[in-house]
Design a binder for this molecule. Sequence first.
Ligand SMILES: NC(=O)c1ccc[n+]([C@@H]2O[C@H](COP(=O)([O-])OP(=O)(O)OC[C@H]3O[C@@H](n4cnc5c(N)ncnc54)[C@H](OP(=O)(O)O)[C@@H]3O)[C@@H](O)[C@H]2O)c1
Length: 248
Amino acid sequence: MQTKIIQAGNTQPQPFEGQNIVIIGGSSGIGLATARQVKDAGANLFLVSRNPQRLREAAEAIGGAVQIVSDIAAPQPAMFAEIERIDHLLITAGTVHLKSLKDQSEADLLQVISERLIGPLLAIKAALPLLHSASSITMTSGQFASRPAAIGAVVAAAVAAVESTVRALAIELSPMRVNAVSPGWVDTPLLDGLMGESKRQVLEQTASTLPSRSIGRPDDIAQAILFLMANRFVTGEVLHVDGGGRWV
Ligand SMILES: NC(=O)c1ccc[n+]([C@@H]2O[C@H](COP(=O)([O-])OP(=O)(O)OC[C@H]3O[C@@H](n4cnc5c(N)ncnc54)[C@H](OP(=O)(O)O)[C@@H]3O)[C@@H](O)[C@H]2O)c1
């Protein structure tokens, strides 16, 4: 008589088990939501941002992560010195610079380009010796690349540049994969600074104009980022997660 052995419990390996994932911008919003999801899926986490206190709080909230203090606008070449291998690199770091051109100095314009484009490229360059052929890089664009706001031309230009950058790097760094996520309006601490006390009201009004009839949650974008990290056949892609905001 044959004996059938049935194992109890979930024996499926976790999708990111043992993988080293670096999130630049991981202490808040979309980066933090992604950190939670990949941590739950078994990853070893390395969080990078400017404010050490916020980094500590984020690491505690998700149950542990190596913390690296660095500014994406001026990343140090040795920022990843403590890491031996990077399986996935995600860059969500960024702030809002929605100002009219007439109110922006040359320094303001250069700051946006440094934060959104040159800094991320330097961070990717610093990570290259640690990345490998099966690694992925995910950058962050934004809805303004396709549907500009009434003000903020340099932001629109910078995020559009991110989208062409991932297409170019997908070829240059092949077979490593390079993609971008492009969020629409997402309820994160970033919008507190932008909208202040009227945030709730503005978001409700915005939601009513979107095909999705709702504003994005950080977890919605994080889910898309996990897809970009995990799918071995997706590269040079920009994944729009915007509730249809580009079309209205
Ligand atoms: N929320 C939206 O509606 C929306 C829409 C489209 C695109 N995006 C883009 O998505 C990305 C994430 O946004 P979010 O809403 O998640 O923002 P968030 O909640 O403010 O989080 C931003 C994260 O980036 C870090 N960061 C900001 N500037 C940095 C710098 N110069 N160097 C290193 N770290 C920096 C912040 O930590 P520290 O401040 O401590 O450094 C924080 O961890 C941003 O690039 C944003 O422009 C957001």
